[in-house]
Design a protein around this ligand. Structure first.
Ligand SMILES: [Zn+2]
Length: 142
């Protein structure tokens, strides 16, 4: 009898593998067929569908969480800048602004403006004040 590629322990817990074991005979053609079927079965069982589904659900949840977080931040920044929260004035088909919602198009939310925009304005103003002649340290910024 030739050596089998079958794993007896796997056959004990896997009924399909046990069926392939039953096909193992001294007939080399049937034996080859059984070993090929077994190899295909093992390959498909390498990552069970439930595991693939679980992994995809985890990825989906991580992406959804990131999307919700980034969408919320984008909406806050748009409100701070007085821009359309949907498209920032970049989509002429936007149902909120028809592409007219660039920053400053709407009244900014002053609380969000103070939180997100003012620190950058103060930083820029401080840089301008400390540079001789009121110029920025980086001429490309002007
Ligand atoms: Zn818009």
């Amino acid at each position: 009898m030739s050596e089998s590629v079958l794993d007896p322990q796997a056959a004990a817990i896997d009924p399909t593998a046990a069926m392939f074991d039953q096909l193992m005979t001294d007939d080399p053609r049937l034996r080859l067929f059984a070993e090929l079927m077994r190899a295909q079965h093992q390959a498909s069982a390498a990552e069970p569908a439930e595991e693939v589904l679980r992994r995809l659900r985890e990825q989906h949840e991580r992406l959804r969480t990131a999307y919700v977080s980034l969408k919320g931040r984008s909406e806050q920044l748009a409100a701070a800048a007085g821009a359309c929260p949907n498209c920032w004035g970049e989509k002429s088909a936007c149902r909120y602004c028809r592409g007219e919602g660039t920053p400053g198009a709407f009244m900014p939310d002053w609380e969000l403006f103070a939180q997100y925009i003012m620190p950058a304005v103060r930083r820029r103003a401080a840089l301008t004040r400390t540079t001789p002649g009121g110029h920025t340290a980086n001429p490309k910024e002007e």
